[in-house]
Design a protein around this ligand. Structure first.
Ligand code: NAD
Length: 478
């Protein structure tokens, strides 16, 4: 059983001044898996004060000093990689093979990517006697979700520190273990006291205080749309910058000339991987009507061969969803799909049959619906579970129209054996990121959404840019 009874504030582990205890469930068994302490308003106050006091010195460090620090963090992170993989599996229920092959390898290099990007950035643009300087915005609240519990904090912390900001991290309540480990890593790497602070806690307590705090200059929020509305409203009176990275309902367009094997791999990896709990999940699959039968046959055959079960087993493809609440939400969408008249191709309501102690875990059967209308709830709303909605189309124009007919615009996928056609379709997708065929996900390029998927970008130089203010100095003669 994992236990943590302290928060990390001002460079030390400290007992909360107004803490409460939270029990955490092991997603794979439904039993108690850990106990952590949550902070309250007093702890946020201490953390913000520490970050404010650390800012003048840290904000004045040179890019070279920050690059050295970021590389030291990356090296320490690499040393703790297996601990981080185990932490992610314990809190999220992610198969250990996925924690090792995706969660940690996506998170750990964020520090090196930020160091490299900072090295390339010109923070002073000299236009004659007018200089345009880019300076750190100040104290930043970093609020993160549970579905990529290593990557989300790593990306935000790396960018903010690269910019010269000081931070208070509030991770999701469901996923505190990886954040606690991140604090240990930053401490061991020599991050100066007050530059990084960690306060575990409820959104409605810790989050609310951070949103409205006069001494917080920016909130960087990744999470759901409805919560972001409250964050932005609470931040408005202090006119602080609010960066939002929100949900999606990302389309995969399988073009008429697509290799079906690649199309199926994309749907399985990006639609069902991580139990479908991915903001950019390929959850809507648009398939030419005359290839629908062949696509569904190949997809079901692939899914039948996937192991769903024990996250600690090396060959498990899919573990549970994170919580009972998430399980209930996903079941609700499966029932809605059936009630709306979509055709259940595989999977469906209920849990897969699993041996003890997994029978109490939050497992969902990988589910595919065909004959889905783009106006059905299962095609429009983010399910955040392993449920694919397959939609038939008659022309590429129609497919593009349906792909873009969404309140979201986070990610898109194109499958085609013609590189030029694939790129042309990718360029017409109203999303912030598009993956063509079996390209590897690139975690060192801007990430973020159009429309209701958010207003900013994370990672690389674009990620750092979000944490910078711009200052013009006119009349520089020395
Ligand atoms: P959520 O919105 O419920 O919570 C996100 C974070 O906000 C948590 O830390 C939560 O405690 C906190 N929070 C809750 N109320 C708050 C308040 N009043 N003030 C400040 N913070 C508050 O989201 P979730 O369930 O943790 O995560 C899933 C969502 O995140 C999905 O919609 C998913 O698409 C999205 N997501 C987006 C990206 C992206 O990069 N665009 C990445 C990962 C997840």
């Amino acid at each position: 059983m994992r236990k943590a009874d302290q928060l990390y504030i001002n460079g030390e582990w400290t007992t909360p001044v107004d803490g409460t205890v939270q029990e955490l469930t092991d997603p794979a068994t439904g039993r108690c898996g850990g106990r952590v302490v949550l902070g309250g308003a007093g702890d946020v106050g201490r953390a913000v004060r520490a970050a404010r006091e650390a800012f003048p010195a840290f904000g004045a460090t040179s890019p070279a000093e920050r690059i050295e620090l970021l590389e030291a963090i990356g090296a320490e992170y690499a040393r703790r990689a297996e601990d981080m993989a185990q932490a992610v599996t314990a809190e999220l229920g992610s198969p250990i093979s996925l924690s090792r092959s995706l969660h940690v390898p996506a998170a750990q290099p964020q520090f090196h990517h930020a160091a490299e990007a900072l090295g390339r950035m010109d923070l002073v643009d000299r236009r004659g006697t007018t200089w345009v300087r880019r300076e750190p915005i100040g104290v930043c609240a970093l609020i993160t979700p549970w579905n990529y519990p290593a990557l989300q904090p790593a990306g935000k912390v790396a960018s903010a520190l690269a910019a010269g900001c000081t931070v208070v991290l509030k991770p999701a309540q469901a996923a505190p273990y990886s954040a606690l480990l991140l604090a240990e890593i930053l401490d061991a790497a020599g991050v100066p006291a007050g530059v990084f602070n960690l306060v575990l806690g409820r959104g409605s307590v810790v989050g609310d205080v951070l949103n409205a705090h006069e001494d917080v200059d920016m909130v960087s929020f990744t999470g759901s749309g409805p919560v972001s509305v409250g964050v932005s409203a609470a931040a408005a009176p202090t006119a602080k910058r609010v960066l939002t990275e929100l949900g999606g309902k990302s389309p995969q367009i399988v073009l008429p000339d697509a290799d079906l094997d690649i199309a199926v791999s994309t749907a399985v990896l990006y639609g069902l991987g991580n139990s479908g709990q991915t903001c950019g999940a390929a959850s809507r699959t648009l398939v030419p009507r005359d290839r629908l039968g062949a696509f569904l046959d190949a997809l079901t055959a692939r899914i039948d061969g996937l192991r769903v079960g024990d996250p600690q087993a090396e060959d498990t493809f899919m573990g549970p969803v994170v919580s009972h609440g998430q399980w209930v939400t996903v079941q609700g969408y499966i029932h809605q799909g059936i009630d709306a008249g979509a055709r259940l191709v595989t999977g469906g309501p209920g849990k897969p049959a699993l041996p003890a102690p997994l029978e109490g875990g939050h497992f969902v059967r990988p589910t595919v619906f065909a004959d889905v209308g783009n106006d059905m709830a299962i095609a429009r709303e983010e399910i955040f579970g392993p449920v694919l909605s397959v939609i038939a189309y008659d022309s590429v124009e129609e497919a593009l129209g349906m792909a873009n007919d969404s309140p979201f615009g986070l990610c898109g996928y194109v499958t085609s054996s013609h590189p030029g056609r694939a790129r042309a379709v990718a360029e017409q997708m109203r999303t912030g990121y598009v993956l063509i065929n079996d390209a590897d996900f690139d975690f060192n390029t801007p990430w973020g959404g159009y429309k209701q998927s958010g207003n900013g970008r994370e990672w690389a130089d674009f990620g750092i840019g979000e944490y910078l203010e711009t200052k013009s100095i006119v009349g520089v003669t020395a």
